[in-house]
Design a protein around this ligand. Structure first.
Ligand code: AMP
Length: 427
């Protein structure tokens, strides 16, 4: 169930058509001689050379497209609460499904559920502009489960960018199918393919996976795309960012034209539009987006040679406008190394990482929170849950393992009503 803060974030910002092209324009970082590089220099091409999600974290991190680290801060937008029109009882769900929704504690549909469920039930194609936290999973899962109860022969394929998201979708679907003969199989990389083959050969109603593995299982004739009735693409924009475009096109091209297609994406740029035009038929467009935690963050990259990073960091930190700075290093050792060098250079800095005893971590956090410490150097894990209001800058000394970690990192700044800055070192 949503807690209050989450519920209040259900907004209905109409943003369909917003292009992410603007992300790469005119960074306003004022670092004097160290002008960050333009993102376009890194753009184009396949970002991760065959992208396979978050599998090999380090391999992935080296291949995140640096243009993803450049983005202008958005205007501050007041998110309005919207009134939903429907109740779950209005959708005429099978009673067993309705009971499971109630048992899960859902009282009212979220705006994306409110606006999409009836159209999905009618078999329409959907383009849903929505990000995580809006309840989009149930928005497509509930009507599709209901369709399966109507017609147990239905086969649904769901594609998601990461294994974690695919697994999460599976769990969410399972929580609604309690007591039903509705079966779900996963098709994700990094797990034993043999078990997945066995599961899929049993003929599940839902196959949920990442594009690479789904395509692979198609080529092995384990997944028969010609039997798919409905296809769902979740986080389309992210799948494209991760380089899955060819896999997606190939899969969509093999699913029968007579099908239902549901696209969910947080943003719609030209690449996403290209897919929409080719693969959706007269879709119902619904936009329900909450503001991202990173939307107030001016994001930029700094091109720097691996060996010159420490010097660059020193130069940046000598600027007064970097008042309260959180620096991310890839490993505990790296975090220590950065901290020691900064202290030697006379900066007020300390570190948190997994090897540091909890009481020391807490002390450092307290000092940083109370601004007795200007610079905190941290690993990703240690920075989880860090809630400090006035961090002005996040510096990614090392590139994060994946885009999710990146978003989490930069969300530490630009909190409340202040604008934040993130700078990512790219060699
Ligand atoms: P999602 O955006 O699909 O990742 O969902 C975010 C969270 O909201 C998940 O924990 C869902 O279980 C929860 N959720 C989805 N729909 C509702 C609803 N109608 N009422 C309460 N919680 C919901």
């Amino acid at each position: 169930m949503y807690n209050n803060s989450k519920r209040s974030s259900f907004g209905s910002q109409r943003r369909y058509g917003q292009s992410s092209g603007g992300h790469f324009g005119g960074p306003s970082f004022k670092s004097g001689q160290q002008r960050p590089s333009a993102g376009s220099r890194f753009g184009g091409g396949r970002p991760n050379g065959g992208g396979r999600g978050r599998g090999r974290a380090n391999a992935f991190s080296k291949h995140i497209d640096p243009s993803l680290f450049i983005k202008k801060a958005e205007e501050f937008v007041k998110i309005e609460e919207t009134n939903t029109i429907h109740n779950f009882s209005d959708f005429n769900f099978h009673s067993v499904l309705y009971d499971n929704i109630t048992a899960k504690g859902y009282i009212k549909p979220t705006p994306i559920q409110d606006q999409t469920i009836e159209h999905i039930l009618k078999g329409r194609d959907i383009l849903g502009i929505a990000n995580t936290g809006t309840g989009k999973t149930a928005a497509f899962a509930l009507p599709l489960i209901n369709q399966i109860l109507d017609n147990p022969k239905k086969m649904i394929l769901i594609m998601a960018p990461t294994r974690e998201l695919a697994t999460q979708i599976k769990q969410e679907i399972r929580s609604f199918t309690f007591g039903m003969k509705v079966f779900v199989a996963l098709a994700i990389g990094g797990s034993f393919i043999r078990e997945q083959i066995i599961d899929i050969k049993r003929g599940p109603h839902f196959i949920i996976g990442t594009p690479g593995r789904i395509k692979d299982l198609g080529e092995r004739r384990v997944i028969d795309f010609s039997k798919i009735d409905t296809i769902v693409l979740d986080e389309v924009d992210r799948m494209l960012d991760m380089g899955f475009i060819e896999d997606i096109k190939s899969i969509l091209g093999r699913v029968p034209a007579q099908r239902q297609t549901l696209f969910f994406s947080a943003t719609v740029d030209r690449k996403v539009e290209g897919l929409i035009d080719t693969f959706l038929t007269n879709p119902v467009k619904i936009s329900v987006k909450t503001q991202d935690s990173s939307s107030h963050v001016e994001q930029n990259v700094i091109r720097v040679d691996r060996h010159a990073k420490q010097d660059m960091l020193g130069k940046l930190l000598s600027q007064e406008e970097l008042k309260k700075v959180l620096i991310f290093g890839a490993t505990k050792r790296m975090v220590e190394e950065i901290t020691i060098t900064l202290i030697q250079k006379g900066f007020s800095a300390d570190s948190i990482h997994g090897d540091k005893p909890q009481h020391k971590r807490q002390r450092v956090m307290k000092m940083f929170k109370e601004s007795q410490l200007r610079i905190l150097v941290a690993t990703d894990v240690a920075a989880r849950g860090l809630d400090i209001a006035d961090i002005t800058h996040v510096i990614n000394y090392d590139i994060p393992n994946n885009y999710e970690d990146y978003i989490h990192r930069i969300g530490r700044t630009g909190r409340g009503n202040s604008k934040g800055f993130s700078l990512t070192f790219v060699s």
